[in-house]
Ligand binder design. Structure first.
Ligand code: FES
Length: 100
């Protein structure tokens, strides 16, 4: 697990792009619950930083594929799974397991 940001760095219902070990991740804050996903859509590689987040899902801005924030699955297109990363909170710190 690696310390990557503070909770206060990610606005509530907002997102933040971070780079860890040369890889772009997107942190999402939903009422203090933090999720970490790859900032690249598994369909055709669009950045997920402009995605819409709603009801536990993140929707790619390009073609609208909707991925679960918890396991990255896309019910409508099961061949495509967004890479997700385990997150832990340590006080104000966000820790992410980036080894995937
Ligand atoms: S590039 Fe994301 S849904 Fe097509």
């Amino acid at each position: 697990m690696e310390r990557v940001a503070k909770i206060s760095d990610v606005p509530n219902f907002g997102k933040k792009v971070i780079t860890v070990a040369g890889r772009e991740l997107l942190l999402v804050n939903i009422k203090g619950e933090i999720y970490a996903v790859e900032n690249e859509c598994p369909h055709q590689g669009s950045p997920m930083s402009a995605a819409v987040v709603k009801d536990g899902y993140i929707s790619c801005p390009r073609h609208g594929y909707r991925f679960s924030l918890t396991d990255g699955r896309c019910a409508e297109h099961p061949d495509f799974t967004l890479v997700t990363f385990p997150v832990q909170l340590d006080g104000e710190d966000i820790l992410v397991d980036c080894v995937k």
